[in-house]
Design a protein. Structure first.
Length: 509
């Protein structure tokens, strides 16, 4: 594919690439089904940035002229001529010459590599340690069928009507009792519950309420990719705070606060995702002291309280909050059915009405049928039985992964055994980064979550996340053994990583 780029032209380079590929297709030089160079290959050939080529390819894909086939490459579609003629006709209908400038969306766009999303691979041979979510094979389908069938036999109007933005009242009352049992002050005028469509909707509501444009939040690093993606999508500035074995480095955080660099902090103090670390009592007290002295809002992501394998989970930060600084977010997505998208936030009563108004402005209300189904499942005792059953299985999987790592992990690597959650964070040698390793691991039929996905700047680090919740017991040791073998080979021969440095870039195209 011979393209000529004029870097002195007023026409953007990505548009030059797009137009020349379109012309090659129209001239028959790129027939349907032809494979074209990858983003990286074409960028190297033309001497331009990958983002420039990626932007051209994005537009060609949106115009149905090219398509990406996962695991194979980028190709001209089967009917590119039809797409080209349709695009030309649409353009001419809106302008005399057909050359009317296109809307420039690139200033508003997010690159896929900025979100750090590697191209997925799904096949039976792959041992996939990437998904930190409940295993669908453990979902209580028969019980759900029974409960929902009984409910629908005598349907209520509110099942499918627009409900109160606070949520289905019996579920709200149940959550109030649960939070009170956790030590949270739930007396009238103290705190209120609002049911939301999962953690991300709750976070979206809270950020819109407490932040002004240009303000930044502090988050632990590494951190949950879903949290980072919400912040990036909302264009919220992120100040990373390092962690150690006691959790967030609150002394470092206090320095940020004193310098006026942040306006709020978001933390995952219990069974932190991805590290599995639980914040120490001393750090929790220091964090709340900082909040009290500097009037700092704290957003607590309490995602995995039910997922404990040893001992008793510490009380939520919200239970220690006597000054109304903590906004607590909980979710059922990690212990029950993720697709239900049911979470809740526990907030100081004085901000409950503004939050309800904001929620009402975003949507008319969440599904009361799903909320009432969950509540029915809880009060009949099925939820508690489901949690006990799944915890036993997840603990087995965690133990097998821990044993396999202790058995096969090369020297120079380390990990902390989590007392709860779905994942283990693996520390690699200082000079070994996760993305080049990922390319080699996939060749060995093992997949993991690279460090860059857990970093606000999306830059790679010497660490990776291994999630065990959706991997069969018999596959865990096999996958860990294969991964550790790859790591050991790279320790013995670092040139393997350098050779893989370009290959892993294709994972993001």
């Amino acid at each position: 594919m011979d393209l000529r780029i004029d870097k002195d032209s007023e026409q953007p380079i990505y548009e030059q690439i797009r137009k020349q590929i379109v012309q090659l297709v129209r001239d028959g030089l790129l027939p349907p089904g032809s494979k074209i160079p990858s983003v990286r290959q074409l960028a190297l050939k033309l001497g331009v940035g990958k983002n420039t080529v990626s932007q051209a390819y994005d537009e060609l894909s949106a115009e149905s002229i090219i398509e990406t086939r996962h695991g194979s490459g980028t190709y001209i579609t089967d009917s590119p001529g039809i797409a080209i003629e349709h695009n030309l006709r649409s353009t001419k209908e809106n302008g005399e010459s057909g050359e009317k400038p296109r809307m420039r969306w690139d200033p508003y766009n997010f690159r896929s590599e900025f979100f750090g999303l590697p191209r997925s691979r799904r096949d039976e041979e792959l041992v996939d340690f990437t998904r930190a979510t409940p295993d669908p094979e453990l979902f209580p389908f028969e019980r759900i069928k029974q409960v929902s069938a009984n409910m629908l036999w005598y349907p209520k109007e509110f099942f499918f009507d627009v409900g109160h933005p606070q949520g289905y009242q019996p579920l709200v009352e149940h959550l109030e009792k649960q939070m009170a049992l956790s030590g949270v002050a739930m007396a009238e005028g103290e705190n209120d519950i609002i049911v939301t469509a999962g953690f991300r909707r709750a976070l979206d509501l809270i950020l819109g309420f407490i932040l002004q444009p240009g303000q930044k939040v502090a988050v632990e690093v590494p951190s949950y990719s879903g949290l980072l993606n919400v912040l990036i999508a909302k264009r919220v500035g992120i100040e990373p705070v390092p962690m150690d074995s006691e959790g967030m480095d609150t002394a470092y955080l206090e320095g940020l606060v004193r310098r006026g660099e942040i306006s709020a902090v978001i933390t995952i103090p219990t069974y932190h995702n991805p590290t599995g670390i639980t914040m120490s009592q001393a750090r929790r007290e220091h964090l709340l002291d900082i909040a009290a002295r500097f009037n700092l809002p704290i957003i607590e992501d309490d995602w995995g309280r039910e997922l404990r394998y040893e001992g008793v989970a510490p009380p939520p930060l919200k239970a220690m909050d006597s000054g109304g600084h903590v906004i607590h977010i909980g979710t059922y997505s990690k212990v029950f059915l993720p697709g239900m998208r049911i979470g809740w936030m526990t907030i100081p009563s004085e901000i409950a009405v503004p939050q309800l108004r904001a929620k009402l402005g975003l949507d008319s209300g969440d599904s009361f049928f799903l909320q009432s189904l969950l509540h029915e499942f809880i009060i009949k005792g099925h939820f508690a039985k489901h949690v006990r059953k799944t915890l036993k299985e997840y603990k087995k999987r965690r133990n097998v992964m821990v044993d396999a790592l202790n058995k096969h992990l090369p020297q120079g690597c380390s990990f902390v055994e989590p007392k709860g959650g779905f994942s283990i964070w693996l520390n690699l040698p200082e000079d070994m980064f996760s993305l080049p390793l990922l390319g080699l691991a996939r060749k060995a039929d093992v997949d993991f979550t690279p460090a860059n996905l857990m970093m606000p700047d999306r830059k790679d680090r010497n660490g990776l996340r291994l999630s065990f919740s959706r991997v069969r017991l018999e596959d865990i040791e096999e996958g860990i053994k294969a991964l550790c073998s790859v790591i050991g080979d790279c320790i013995d021969n670092p040139a393997l990583l350098k050779g893989s440095a370009h290959e892993y870039e294709d994972l993001f195209q």
